[in-house]
Write a protein that binds this ligand. Structure first.
Ligand code: FAD
Length: 224
């Protein structure tokens, strides 16, 4: 389906949200992702398609994605995306994925994010805030610098137990200390999520209490 760019919003240093108007209703659950196709002149070998989490909530009229721009080091896809103008259209497929909230509102949640891995939590917390549903959420959020922290206003106003980690690695120990009795979500660059998945399971976290979502394409191990 085609979606049309309405506007962009700065979110943090080099991080921007892109807000789109769908041409037909798009059903999704907070935390799901889409694939975007952006044909452009002379694409590099990373090509013209990327996956993005919908950082918006289904309660909102516009669909949004939130992503980072790496300047000259950016892919041709990102350069094209960041040059889109309001009114331009892009193609996306239907939202999918099971990195979503549990149906039981009583389940205590530990969200772990590295860098851009924060996007699904924005969608979920926005949905909870708009739905007037209060859940117990702790967020461990690793970024390289404090300027890269995104969406802090929403997390603090909702009452998330917000624990930013600036310039520090997210470790298995930190997560295990917070994980008792909670359903644990881990989202971020692929190497970070893979390493934490293995070490958390080895550390005794039962498989059914761990949900992971990884973003390929970001090289840095512990934040995107
Ligand atoms: C389910 C899912 C959800 C996702 N959600 C999001 C999201 O919400 N937000 C988001 O930003 N991303 C998300 N991603 C990742 C996204 O699809 C891109 O992979 C990511 O944004 C990196 O984009 P890019 O490859 O255009 O690299 P860029 O952002 O342009 O570059 C990132 C950095 O990595 C380097 N780099 C990356 N790949 C290579 C390579 N092959 N060769 C050399 N250097 C490289 C770049 O030079 C740069 O320093 C998601 C991925 C999945 C699978």
């Amino acid at each position: 389906m085609q979606i049309q760019l309405v506007r962009t919003e700065p979110v943090a240093q080099n991080i921007q949200s892109f807000l789109f108007k769908p041409t037909a209703a798009v059903g999704y659950t907070a935390g799901q992702f889409i694939q975007m196709t952006l044909p452009h002149h002379n694409p590099d070998d990373r090509g013209i398609k990327r996956w993005f989490t919908l950082s918006s909530s289904p309660t909102q009229e516009l669909l949004s994605i939130t992503t980072k721009f790496a300047g000259d080091a950016s892919s041709s896809f990102k350069k094209e995306l960041f040059s889109l103008q309001p009114g331009d259209s892009v193609e996306i497929n239907s939202p999918e994925g099971d990195f979503v909230l549990p149906s039981d509102p009583g389940t205590e949640l530990l969200f772990v994010a590295g860098g851009m891995g924060i996007t699904p939590y924005h969608s979920m917390v926005q949905w909870l805030a708009d739905s007037g549903e209060k859940r117990n959420i702790t967020l461990l959020y690793g970024v390289q610098t404090k300027e890269e922290l995104a969406f802090t206003e929403l997390f603090t106003s909702y009452g998330v137990n917000f624990k930013p980690l600036i310039g520090e690695r997210l470790t298995t120990d930190m997560i295990m200390k917070e994980a008792a009795g909670k359903l644990v979500y881990v989202s971020g660059p692929e190497p970070m999520v893979e390493a934490l998945n293995d070490s958390l399971i080895a550390g005794g976290l039962p498989d059914e209490r761990l949900k992971t979502d990884y973003f390929p394409g970001y090289q840095n191990n512990y934040s995107a």
